[in-house]
Design a protein. Structure first.
Length: 234
């Protein structure tokens, strides 16, 4: 039995040593100038994240895909029929005035979501948010689905985080600590108070979790049968 424990410990030690250390990453989501697009990809040395825009009618209904509006204060949602009325003021916020606006972030590696920074972009608005964390199929299309369908896709329960009316940026602490996930659906508050919530999503901070190298996994897979053979022999 002692030999079995020793071999198992060796297998685990090799796996952990090969996995590498986790790394914190801060992603600046804004840029100079304006971009209207169906999708944004934020690439880094440790992580790639894809962002898409979605909305759901405040009176009830299903998700439909919208466009992302990227500006120096961050990214917002350009809902269908929404137009620029006073350049350079850009009204493409993530808001809940006529529909609930959301940005879906999908990551190519397991992460922990640490926090997000939202900004009312020089105006004074309420800054309440709602979000879902999950591990989903990276090809997920929310079109035609409702809030009640999110759990079946791999999302956890909705989390609400309320603030106050203001003209400054605020940090939304998520601290997911779930052991790793690959998706965040983040937007304006669902079923909130009388104040409309409007903001740009400016910064996303995550912790990138280590992924074991294939060689380490193969070593453990090869060693485990040996462990059990030794146990039977004992």
């Amino acid at each position: 039995m002692k030999k079995l424990v020793s071999i198992l410990f060796m297998c685990l030690a090799v796996l952990v040593s090969r996995a590498g250390a986790q790394a914190s990453l801060s992603m600046n989501l804004g840029q100079s100038g304006e971009t209207i697009t169906d999708m944004l990809v934020f690439a880094g040395s440790d992580l790639n994240a894809t962002a898409t825009a979605w909305s759901s009618p405040t009176g009830g209904g299903t998700f439909q895909q919208e466009q992302l509006a990227q500006w120096s204060p961050g990214i917002g949602v350009k809902s269908e029929g929404e137009v620029i009325t006073n350049v350079p003021f850009v009204p493409f916020y993530t808001d809940n005035e006529t529909s609930y606006d959301f940005v879906l972030f999908v990551f190519d590696r397991p992460v922990e979501i640490d926090r997000l920074r939202v900004h009312p972009s020089g105006n004074s608005f309420d800054r309440d948010v709602s979000y879902w964390l999950g591990s989903i199929d990276t090809s997920l299309d929310l079109t035609g689905s409702g809030f009640s369908d999110l759990a079946s896709f791999g999302f956890g329960p909705r989390i609400d985080n309320d603030s106050t009316v203001g003209n400054g940026a605020r940090w939304v602490d998520v601290n997911s600590n779930t052991g790793g996930l690959n998706a965040l659906l983040f937007g304006a508050r669902v079923n909130g108070d009388a104040h409309f919530d409007r903001f740009k999503i400016q910064t996303l901070e995550v912790t990138v979790l280590p992924v074991p190298e294939p060689s380490a996994l193969l070593l453990v897979a090869t060693a485990l049968p040996l462990c059990f053979r030794r146990r039977r022999a004992a």
